[in-house]
Design a protein around this ligand. Structure first.
Ligand SMILES: Cc1cc2nc3c(=O)[nH]c(=O)nc-3n(C[C@H](O)[C@H](O)[C@H](O)COP(=O)(O)OP(=O)(O)OC[C@H]3O[C@@H](n4cnc5c(N)ncnc54)[C@H](O)[C@@H]3O)c2cc1C
Length: 422
């Protein structure tokens, strides 16, 4: 990659477009022309896209704000995390997980796999570069991508293709709750929770009952803390496996033969037999079936890894919405008040695309996702692409990355014909 940039830097001294851009750049910023795509983000989506492009002979440049690949996994996840889906649904294109990695790899095994993936495809992101702005320059027919380094260094990249790979989890969502300043105990988002060890013996309120909230509760239990779980909404809790097969795989298989609503009904019957009526334990189910709900709203069912048993045994208490916080206590909407030492917010993440991408057609300003629904959200206009915004985890990432690479390769090859001497 450095080669590709340096080479172009040399050429640019004689490139009128480059010189013009340089003059229009903010003062003291360096400007680089990138012949291939610029990819923003070096999580699994950015890596997969770079690898697919590389395999097709298209060089790319990845810009990453943190100092490592897969920063979400390396820096913002808890120690006990394993992939929720079997490894065959989480591998990136062109390289399988090693055979000796278990079906549900640990977070470290997943990170090791991604490191090996980056090495295999010789991917070297430019770390410490936060993309602050990207816009299409219609006069030139190029994207201008601006980044800021750790010491405030400004860079501008000029490219034909821009791939947005900043993810569905770019920024934490932290709700404002009345009385937060008075609480006095620790309040942290799951992105900075590592292990229940530091909470041993403490009363901890976990807010949010998605996969992370449920698993953090279990981890707290295993470290002899006293967790309570705020459940504000309806939620599906399904067993991670049914009949010895992962629930995800079974659903995918059934969907090949049966209509979605029937598959939903089968899943619910099976999970009722295996887990019982979750509403009895304070976890009421939504009206729509789990797959239908996922398709319509993107809301993922919780795959139970043991939390439900702890809820049934009373080791984890279920509580309603919070009304307000008081000094080391929480008042709930049912009027009851309880003392807590700490609060963990399992309140999720959001996309940050609207904060830096100056483009309003492809991405919604409201939620930072492509406006077109799956499977059509990956491609925009004028060389703009999105990878990893399908609400379908790594399966969606692989689909997007493969399509994007094919699409860019076509243009790349067409342009190469013109570049080559006749
Ligand atoms: C706790 C947890 C468990 C999960 N488990 C699974 C699972 O088992 N299976 C599954 O399929 N999915 C799972 N997911 C979903 C997960 O988000 C994806 O699997 C995967 O990490 C998405 O990859 P990504 O590259 O799209 O996004 P990310 O991994 O979030 O990577 C995006 C990268 O972009 C960088 N970035 C963001 N903004 C900028 C900017 N302005 N400039 C430069 N760089 C930027 C970030 O630093 C980050 O490195 C899980 C998510 C969480 C939070």
């Amino acid at each position: 990659m450095e080669f590709c940039l340096r080479e172009i830097e040399g050429e640019q001294a004689h490139d009128p477009i480059f010189i013009d851009k340089k003059m229009n750049s903010p003062p003291s910023s360096r400007c680089l022309y990138v012949p291939g795509p610029v990819i923003v983000g070096s999580g699994p989506s950015g890596l997969a896209t770079a690898a697919c492009l590389k395999a097709k002979g298209v060089p790319s440049v990845i810009l990453e704000r943190s100092n490592c690949i897969a920063s979400l996994w390396q820096l913002k996840t808890y120690d006990r995390l394993r992939l929720h889906l079997p490894k065959k649904f989480c591998q990136l294109p062109l390289m399988a997980f090693p055979a000796d990695v278990p079906t549900y790899p640990t977070k470290q095994q997943f990170v090791d796999y991604l490191e090996a993936y980056a090495r295999r495809f010789d991917i070297e992101p430019r770390f410490g570069e936060t993309v602050s702005e990207a816009e299409y320059d219609g006069a030139l027919g190029f994207w201008r991508v601006r980044s800021v380094g750790p010491k405030g260094e400004l860079m501008e990249y000029v490219c034909r293709w821009l791939v947005v790979a900043t993810g569905e989890n770019a920024e934490t969502v932290t709700p404002e709750v009345e009385g937060m300043a008075e609480f006095g105990g620790e309040i942290k988002h799951t992105s900075s929770y590592k292990s229940g060890e530091e909470f041993t013996g403490k009363r901890v309120l976990v807010v949010g009952c998605g996969n992370s909230g449920m698993e953090v509760c279990l981890d707290l239990c295993n470290h002899n803390a006293k967790p309570s779980l705020v459940v504000r909404d309806t939620v599906y809790v399904l067993p991670q496996e049914m009949l010895g097969i992962s629930t995800f795989e079974l659903s995918m298989w059934l969907l090949k033969w049966l209509p979605l609503r029937l598959v939903d009904r089968l899943l619910l019957v099976m999970s009722r037999l295996m887990l019982g009526d979750t509403a009895r334990f304070g976890l009421p189910r939504p009206e729509l079936g789990p797959l239908e709900l996922k398709n319509l709203s993107g809301k993922t069912p919780v795959l139970d890894v043991g939390t439900l048993a702890k809820i049934k045994s009373g080791d984890i208490k279920v509580r309603p919405s919070i009304k307000c916080l008081k000094r080391h206590a929480v008042e709930f909407v049912d009027g009851k008040t309880e003392s807590f030492d700490a609060i963990i917010l399992a309140t999720g993440y959001k996309s940050n695309v609207p904060s830096w991408l100056k483009e309003k057609e492809m991405f919604s300003e409201k939620d930072g996702y492509p406006r077109r629904p799956f499977p059509d959200g990956w491609k925009g206009e004028r060389g703009l692409y999105a990878v990893g915004f399908t609400k379908r985890g790594l399966v969606g990432t692989s689909m997007d990355a493969t399509r994007i690479a094919c699409d860019i390769q076509r243009c790349w090859n067409d342009e190469a014909k013109h570049r080559l001497p006749q």
